[in-house]
Design a protein around this ligand. Structure first.
Ligand code: HEM
Length: 186
């Protein structure tokens, strides 16, 4: 996984739980998972998993909740770090439709060697959309978190039915998404 993802994970921990929590997470992680990381370079996925495991111990959050919360944060972080990529879409649907053909294509140019997942969309007559996700990493919980971030970014609600899942033996995940109008400000 690219260094930028590790860097945003550190930001997520520090902003959510404070500097001390990050220090504790590093202390609880194996030596090789503690190195300083540079955005464009690639580091073993296992190191991120160690850090997530340590974050769960320190925060008391179950892994699924921690990964999902990180996904939400990650969306905002990526949109901030790559404003030119994120700002070119008229709305959430357009962005989702552009993940594979635009966003991750540009990411692969900027960060050679990135291993971005395959995320495709299929439109339905009732306005809903089927999102398929395929990756050897099987990080559909992170994908759900990214969708939470997309909701917050565009101020919409995206209802999901995640009936087909790689964790239940399917070759890819399928999420049926239904969009609701902008939420009133809380
Ligand atoms: C501003 C928009 C976005 C940017 C700049 C971006 C960039 C990236 C980058 C840099 C990675 C790491 C690849 C690697 O380390 O090899 C990644 C992974 C990923 N992206 Fe995106 N992304 C964006 C939006 C999205 C959206 C909207 C989704 C889905 C809702 C998505 C789904 C994923 C997933 C699930 C991964 C984890 C890797 C995997 O599953 O194999 N991304 N993205």
């Amino acid at each position: 996984m690219k260094g930028v993802i590790f860097n945003l994970f550190e930001e997520f921990i520090v902003e959510t739980f404070g500097d001390e929590a990050w220090e504790k997470i590093l202390d609880a992680s194996p030596h090789e998972a503690r190195e300083v990381r540079v955005g464009p370079l690639t580091y073993p996925d296992g190191h991120l998993l160690h850090l997530v495991g340590a974050a769960c111990e320190v925060s008391g959050l179950p892994p699924e909740k921690a990964v999902r919360a990180f996904g939400r944060f990650l969306f905002g972080g990526l949109a901030r770090k790559y404003p030119g990529i994120a700002s070119q879409f008229a709305g959430p649907r357009e962005m989702l439709q552009g993940i594979d053909s635009v966003i991750h294509v540009e990411v692969n140019k900027l960060l050679p060697g990135a291993e971005t997942p395959r995320v495709l969309c299929q439109e339905h007559d009732d306005g809903s959309l089927t999102l398929t996700y395929e990756s050897s990493r099987k990080m559909c919980t992170l994908l759900e978190g990214l969708l939470d971030g997309l909701e917050a970014h565009y101020g919409v609600t995206v209802e999901r039915r995640h009936d087909v899942c790689m964790h239940q033996g399917a070759p890819r995940c399928e999420l049926r998404l239904t969009f609701s109008a902008a939420r009133a400000a809380a």
